[in-house]
Design a protein around this ligand. Structure first.
Ligand SMILES: Cc1ncc(COP(=O)(O)O)c(C=O)c1O
Length: 416
């Protein structure tokens, strides 16, 4: 596959670098994911993957079960509420919730909070009391053990995330008696981008076993159990979204063992997904600004770098990207560099490109619907943000650009 005529037209019209997101693919991913899960399992969309208003709306509206919202900031809260998510359908997560943002979340009617530690729980409780309410909380657990190898492991080591699983028993009394809070359930997010269906399943089984044990240790009946995610899609590379044909049956069987009341909603079971729902909806279109050869290497310098795609590369998650080229085309390998004045601005090494690649050529990087502009170094070196076009099949829905301007700040806050 090479750059499609539609993408060429859009690039001509809006210029590059340009993101194109197709809502038909977002809806397909949502349909597939709900189809792979046992009936009744809820899906929280992780806004961090892509908070574009048209995408988050598409995940909530239309046919089939709607996604709920997993958010970690007041910016994401505002986006969720504007897109029509009810407060009751929002889960607020994150290790550093401030008093100010908790206050805003309470005012927005957020239904569930993930508490990352006893201190975090106390902060949530204080905010809830100030609002005359009781916050429904999920205790986030950092499990000391794990089952599967995964793309990005989030637990088992010391991190700012979650309560160490081995300490729950001794702190159960404290965790379950924080004024202004009610422990509604548990939140375990142990991996991102699972290697394959077996790893995903093994990790979910392990999570259920851990959750059942912690339920006993806490001495509370869980009303909500968020078992995390790990649903996978290539990131900036050619390839297909993962399929999970065994998940529905095997997860239901594991739930029957560990939480026999789940079919009656005790507890409600939820998963979280970011990249899977939006990843393959996106293409990044970028133009070659220059070709440079030095010491035996050819660099295709693009108008898109880590300012546009790949702020996450610092986390070791990105390289290498690939570009779409026809299978029968003569090709060669180059380093894809961005336009920034830093040697770190590399999108991929030894990337296969057309043999006759020349300045002015258009390239399409597939599977860039997740962790794109808002996960990148948008401000670095002051280049304009890319235009983001949303299409629904043949229809263009919107074309927008994230604007950043320096505004005068309230002096009291600056110096206070
Ligand atoms: C708590 C939590 N939920 C959901 C996600 C989304 O992960 P993914 O985009 O891999 O589905 C993350 C990613 O780091 C996360 O930390």
């Amino acid at each position: 596959m090479s750059v499609s005529p539609r993408h060429r037209d859009l690039a001509q019209r809006y210029g590059t670098p340009l993101y194109v997101y197709d809502l038909t693919r977002v809806r397909a991913a949502r349909r597939d994911l709900f189809g792979f899960l046992p009936e009744g399992v809820e899906v929280y969309y992780a806004f961090k993957a892509n908070p574009h208003p048209d995408l988050v709306r598409a995940l909530r509206t239309g046919d089939g079960p709607a996604c709920k919202a997993e958010i970690s900031s007041t910016g994401e809260l505002a986006t969720a509420l504007r897109a029509g998510y009810r407060g009751a359908d929002i889960l607020y997560t994150g290790p550093g919730k401030t008093a100010g943002e908790l206050d805003e979340a309470m005012r927005g009617g957020v239904g569930l909070f993930s508490a990352e530690s006893l201190g975090d729980l106390e902060h949530i409780g204080r905010a809830a009391l100030a609002h005359g309410t009781t916050a429904q909380c999920l205790l986030r657990i950092n499990s000391v053990t794990a089952s599967a190898a995964s793309g990005v492991r989030m637990t088992g080591k010391p991190t700012q995330f979650g309560i160490d699983s081995e300490t729950v028993r001794e702190s159960a009394a404290a965790l379950t008696s924080v004024p202004g809070t009610s422990v509604a359930g548990l939140h375990l997010f142990s991996q991102s981008n699972a290697r394959d269906e077996e790893s995903l399943l093994a990790e979910f089984r392990h999570t259920l076993e851990t959750a059942a044990r912690i339920q006993d240790e806490l001495g509370v009946d869980l009303r909500v159990l968020d078992i995390g995610g790990g649903f996978s899609v290539p990131y900036g590379r050619t390839g297909e979204r993962a399929m999970y044909p065994k998940l529905r049956g095997e997860l239901a069987a594991a739930l029957d063992v560990f939480f026999p009341g789940w079919r009656q909603g005790l507890p409600r079971i939820a998963v979280e997904s970011g990249r899977y729902l939006v990843g393959d909806s996106g293409h990044l279109l970028t133009s070659v600004s220059n070709l440079k050869t030095g010491r035996g290497h050819t660099f295709a310098v693009l108008d898109a770098g880590i300012n546009v795609f790949g702020g996450m590369s610092g986390l070791g998650r990105l390289l290498p990207v690939s570009v779409e080229i026809p299978v029968d085309q003569d090709s060669r390998q180059v380093t894809l560099a961005g336009p920034l004045c830093t040697p770190g601005d590399v999108l991929g090494r030894d990337v296969t490109v057309p043999a006759d690649l020349a300045p002015g050529d258009l390239l399409a990087i597939p599977n860039t619907g997740a962790y794109g502009p808002t996960a990148s170094l948008l401000m670095f070196l002051g280049r304009p943000s890319p235009v983001e076009v949303v299409v629904d099949g043949e229809t263009t829905v919107s074309a927008t650009r994230i604007e950043r301007t320096r505004v005068a700040h309230d002096a009291e806050h600056t110096h206070g």
